[in-house]
Write a protein that binds this ligand. Structure first.
Ligand code: SF4
Ligand code: SF4
Length: 189
């Protein structure tokens, strides 16, 4: 039969020589490879005790940011959900009531905001689509779990806490920061 790759090898049933029957050349050959790897640079690390340095623009678990006064920035416009190619984001919008200005920055906010981390492909399109500087991907890893339901992250896991705000400025390239300064662009208003 014609070969598609020319990588096939015909295996013969050649009689072993008496040297091969001793198996010593094969044993020493194997030991030579083992010794070579013992002294060569390791490519693996002992995770989780050791951790690799991440790229500054690594795209991991999302955060929903608050503004400088601590109010949630998300206005439940749904642009992130529309931009999401994996349809991982869902939300329920609500009207801000009088007296809630310190909680929600805009008149409309997300009463429910969920991301299904099993669907998410960490592409960052939600971050790019957000006009309110609300959603960002971070360098945090989504922890493993045993139940599928546990991977649907709600606001309790996504909104940053007042005590531990998450600094995403290091992940923004100079070009992105420059782009976001331009208030003439609808995206930045
Ligand atoms: S990172 Fe991509 S796949 Fe994940 S929620 Fe955002 S847009 Fe959807
Ligand atoms: S995170 Fe941004 S894009 Fe998504 S609903 Fe909130 S304001 Fe709109």
């Amino acid at each position: 039969m014609q070969s598609l790759t020319n990588r096939k090898k015909v295996v013969g049933k050649k009689e072993m020589t008496w040297v091969e029957k001793l198996y010593l050349p094969a044993i020493f050959g194997g030991m030579r490879i083992t010794l070579k790897h013992m002294f060569s640079k390791k490519t693996t690390i002992s995770y989780p005790e050791q951790k690799r340095e991440f790229s500054q623009i690594y795209r991991g678990m999302h955060v929903l940011k608050r503004d400088e006064k601590g109010a949630e920035r998300c206005t439940a416009c749904g642009l992130c959900a529309v931009a999401c190619p994996a349809e991982a984001i869902t939300m329920v919008a609500a009207e801000r009531k009088k007296g809630e200005e310190n909680l929600y920055r805009e008149e409309k906010y997300a009463a429910v905001y969920e991301i299904n981390m099993l669907r998410c492909i960490f592409c960052g399109d939600c971050e790019d689509a957000c006009p309110k500087e609300s959603i960002f991907l971070t360098d945090r890893i989504v922890p493993s779990d045993f139940e599928r339901n546990e991977f649907v992250y709600g606001k309790d896991k996504l909104v940053e806490t007042l005590e531990n705000p998450i600094d995403i400025s290091k992940r923004q390239t100079a070009e992105v920061l420059e782009f976001k300064k331009n208030k003439k662009l609808t995206h930045n208003r």
